[in-house]
Design a protein around this ligand. Structure first.
Ligand SMILES: [Cu+2]
Length: 123
């Protein structure tokens, strides 16, 4: 019993020393649309690229239009482990994309991306 719990602590200690697995909160590296961008209204692919792998099942994106309530987006299926993506149909106006992600180190981070949709030149 005693030896067993000692071994468990040793494993925990070693896990903490593995490079790249611990202490890496998810930080947003870049996004589509980018912060402050103007994009054409209509169907859009939203994509957020982070510095670390995410637990997609415990991460979420929501989108608010012209100060309205934020609607939770359905995330695209499994893709790159450090990317969250979703489809949206954009109307003309100001958008706030809100992200909350759980990185593999167990820490939650969140933030906002602001962008504007304008009427494109319709065919
Ligand atoms: Cu962290």
């Amino acid at each position: 019993m005693r030896g067993r719990s000692k071994a468990a602590w040793l494993v925990l200690g070693l896990a903490g020393l593995l490079p790249g697995t611990a202490w890496a909160h998810a930080i947003l590296l870049d996004s589509t649309p980018a912060e402050g961008a103007t994009v054409p209204a209509g169907a859009a692919q939203l994509s957020l690229h982070f510095n670390s792998r995410l637990d997609a099942a415990r991460s979420r994106l929501s989108l608010a239009h012209d100060g309205g309530d934020a609607g939770v987006l359905t995330l695209d299926g499994p893709g790159a482990p450090d990317v969250l993506a979703a489809q949206a149909k954009l109307e003309v106006g100001a958008y706030v994309l809100r992200w909350q992600v759980l990185s593999v180190d167990g820490h939650i981070t969140r933030g906002l991306v602001h962008f504007t949709a304008t009427a494109g030149s319709a065919p």
